[in-house]
Design a protein around this ligand. Structure first.
Ligand SMILES: [Zn+2]
Length: 68
């Protein structure tokens, strides 16, 4: 597992996810690959083709609600 040193982020745990991101450098659009069903999706913002990529995002720990 690749680790990234992000001093500003403190000890935030990161996970690498697969994403589709817009080919346009100016466009910041990206989406999780797991949410995309199309083989080759278009950017929802500028309609340009998207490319496979990876992104590091903070790990979300699901908190379990305690009853009572
Ligand atoms: Zn775009």
């Amino acid at each position: 597992m690749a680790t990234t040193t992000l001093e500003d982020e403190g000890k935030q745990e990161l996970e690498q996810i697969e994403i589709w991101r817009c080919k346009q450098p100016d466009c910041k659009a990206w989406t999780r690959k797991e949410f995309v069903t199309e083989t080759l999706p278009d950017c929802p913002l500028c309609k340009n083709p998207m490319v496979r990529s990876y992104k590091h995002v903070p790990v979300v720990h699901k908190k379990s609600k305690k009853k009572g």
